[in-house]
Design a protein around this ligand. Sequence first.
Ligand SMILES: C[S@@+](CC[C@H](N)C(=O)[O-])C[C@H]1O[C@@H](n2cnc3c(N)ncnc32)[C@H](O)[C@@H]1O
Length: 363
Amino acid sequence: MTHKNQKSAHSLPPAAPDPSDADAADAPALGAILALMSQATGLDLDCYKESTLRRQVWRRSRALGLGSLQAYLAVLQADAGELARLQHGLLVSVSAFFRDGEVFKALRPALEALVAARRPGEGLRVWVPACATGEEVYSIAMLLGEVLDELGGRLDLRVFATDVDREALDFARAGLYPGAELAELGEARLARWFRPEANDHWRVSKALRDLCVFSVHDLTRHPPLVRMDLLSCRNVLIYFKPAQQAELLRSFHFALNPGGLLLLGKSESVSPDGGGFDVVDPASRLYRCTARPLSRPLRAMAGPLRARPAGPRAAAQPRRRCWSTRPSSRCISSARRGATSRCRPAMPIFRCSSCACPSCAAS
Ligand SMILES: C[S@@+](CC[C@H](N)C(=O)[O-])C[C@H]1O[C@@H](n2cnc3c(N)ncnc32)[C@H](O)[C@@H]1O
């Protein structure tokens, strides 16, 4: 399995993709390759920086000893396995526990403040989009567990972890990692949060795995989850074009409760004017969501409604689109009827009864 190979290779993606191999001559073949990839994976590759895509495509092409993208296109058309390998390369699903350790040191006091502000039994919700193979998710869950231990708190903690890469999510859900990858954790954490298994592998404890819900979610196509207290999206924005980055930051603001925390990768930041976030720790790219209302992100708006012809209904005040982790009976019945809509997410999240999408509005 590809992800297991990565675990032994210990390779992390570069901090920021650097444009290379820019060559207008390969543009038609590159376009055809990306179209093939989009068709096979459902990914909207238009949102990604072309330089990164081009670099990954050339990397695979050279690995096969091919000197042109036209030749590589022919291979891809004949070999589904190579298409999967290219997809894997484009998604760069690699991660590490407590990656950039100082970031987690800066996160800890901010988490302590979040926890201290809650009464026993209250909820605390975390979303880790683009979570890859789970290391970031479990690192945050461990840290929160340790903060709760220290403060003697009991909260209803939920960690939602999402990615487009199903194979990476399967790996993350299983929570089984080679010992070599856990060397930096220290003995206390290893003993507290992991159980030893065969061949120097360690499995994340059931208690920690039970806190974490892993699901498929495409940041470029699905609406954000909502009512989050912490959103950690690290080393992902750098792969997107600036307009898509701005759109994602708007959707992260929408996803967070006022006062909620946003953690980005070390090469990523919110827009220079803050964009609805205050800086908590600039070096760690830790931000706090302000209460100032922003316009809702396009992904959270009623796409189908925008396409409706003008008329009495279009003129009416649009109903608020609302997302929840619990289905309303109305949305379950829509799902049972096999209703489809552009805004139906591939996640265990459901629209509440005030949803305005055609499938819910019609029921
Ligand atoms: C470099 S990894 C980041 C892993 C982790 N956040 C970290 O910092 O260690 C990038 C991840 O982004 C995911 N990704 C890429 N495009 C995505 C999209 N449109 N929606 C959701 N996840 C995406 C990839 O599958 C990959 O797992």
